[in-house]
Write a protein that binds this ligand. Structure first.
Ligand SMILES: [Fe+2]
Ligand SMILES: [Fe+2]
Ligand SMILES: [Fe+2]
Length: 414
């Protein structure tokens, strides 16, 4: 299994759109603007690729709705979401080349000389910073004319923005067609795709990137901080015992890491709520498998991952969601994902209860199997390998917990 870098990044940026309806499309529009600026500035192919990656994920550190909206306001200093974005991306070999660019996408140009970062990366940050602000200005209705846009930005040349990047923007906006793609659903389609033709994403890189994305999904709340990694490890362990081959095991880990991708659309207040959800909140929560599936299915090569991930709340008796599928319609992979999700969730702390002990967990799993919700053969397989299953799950979650603590330590003062 492999995918194109372009497809994969577009999919991830679509997932970021879920975090707030106010900023839908922001990442793709900024990727378009930054790429056009990069081209006008004569950047090398490598630099343009790094800049595109950074631009299409740049607000990835804006975990909460509030911080994402603040990031769009013209005067927001944005230190925190830029730093968190850097931490997420730098932990990942595939995405690392974009990390420093993201870290400084709100840093004023005048501060660059005091930073210990590669000069060219900082220049790319400056290009991204300008592209970001152009999109924010263009959100105003009616959209300001080119002269007005330059009038807002030019006085801050040298201070906030890079003069060379501003010059490039000045010549681009003179073309009335330059801003037109911002009105389309995906402005990156207007770019020259040849830039990415040579860049595929290998199996190993996909796995690493899915781990980074599991952190974006999970780190929004301490209660879910290690959930996806626990589900992935449990699912892979069960799949091994069920005799799946190496390729399927890799797909299972991807599906486990990304199964709750659609939860990015659920407000943090609902995820952290210390009590039962209202029917409205429940409805929002229950859309997550479908939303996540929609995004995963946009990546060519992800067909199996999509079905396993998006069916993790289906139940064999047809009482699950979103589609109420029945046993004949649920593959072994989907059944494994569903059991792994319940098993991991029961063992974890929740806002309204602490994690359950082993006996209690098994009692509930037994009940769910007798009522026809879970697969009896798979549960028997889990019982036969219970010690290994629990040791592996626990160690995967302990590692994710350590990463969670490191992630939020020593943050810059706000
Ligand atoms: Fe930002
Ligand atoms: Fe932004
Ligand atoms: Fe879920």
């Amino acid at each position: 299994m492999s995918a194109s870098l372009f497809d994969f990044l577009s999919g991830l940026s679509g997932a970021l759109d879920l975090m707030s309806s106010e900023v839908v499309g922001h990442h793709k529009r900024v990727a378009y603007l930054a790429s056009r600026l990069g081209q006008a500035l004569g950047l090398s192919r490598e630099e343009r690729t790094s800049l595109f990656m950074a631009a299409i994920l740049h607000d990835v550190g804006g975990f909460t709705r509030q911080s994402r909206l603040a990031a769009l306001s013209f005067e927001a200093d944005g230190t925190l979401h830029a730093e968190l974005g850097y931490r997420l991306l730098s932990a990942n070999p595939l995405l690392d080349e974009a990390s420093v660019i993201v870290r400084h996408h709100h840093t004023p140009r005048s501060r660059f000389s005091s930073l210990d970062e590669p000069e060219r990366k900082l220049f790319l940050s400056a290009v991204l910073n300008l592209a970001d602000r152009v999109d924010v200005l263009c959100l105003r209705r009616p959209r300001p004319e080119a002269k007005k846009i330059m009038g807002q930005l030019s006085p801050r040349a040298g201070q906030q923005f890079d003069p060379l990047a501003l010059d490039a923007l000045d010549s681009l906006v003179a073309d009335p067609e330059f801003l037109a793609p911002l009105d389309s659903a995906d402005p990156t389609q207007a770019l020259d795709h040849k830039l990415f033709e040579s860049r595929g994403v290998s199996h190993a890189e996909l796995l690493q990137a899915s781990t980074a994305f599991s952190q974006i999904i999970d780190f929004r709340s301490r209660f879910t901080a290690t959930h996806s990694r626990g589900v992935a490890e449990t699912a892979v362990c069960l799949a091994e015992k069920a005799g799946m081959d190496q390729g399927d095991l890799a797909s299972m880990r991807l599906a486990g890491n990304l199964h709750d991708l659609g939860k990015l659309a659920v407000p943090s207040e609902v995820i952290d709520k210390p009590g039962p959800l209202t029917p409205e909140e429940r409805a929002i929560m229950n859309r997550h498998p479908e939303l996540g599936g929609g995004i995963l299915s946009s990546v060519a090569g992800f067909e199996q991952v999509t079905s396993w991930a998006s069916q993790h709340h289906e139940k064999l008796d047809g009482q699950g969601y979103p589609n109420g599928l029945k046993s004949g319609e649920l593959s072994l992979g989907s059944r494994i994902m569903s059991l792994a999700d319940v098993f991991t969730a029961l063992r974890e702390d929740r806002p309204y209860r602490t994690g359950l002990a082993n006996e209690e967990t098994l009692g509930i799993l037994d009940e769910m199997t007798q009522s026809g919700a879970l697969d009896a053969e798979l549960l028997a397989l889990a019982y036969a390998n219970l010690d290994e299953l629990d040791i592996r799950r626990r160690s995967a979650q302990a590692q994710a917990a350590a990463e969670f603590r490191r992630f939020y330590s020593d943050l810059p003062p706000q």
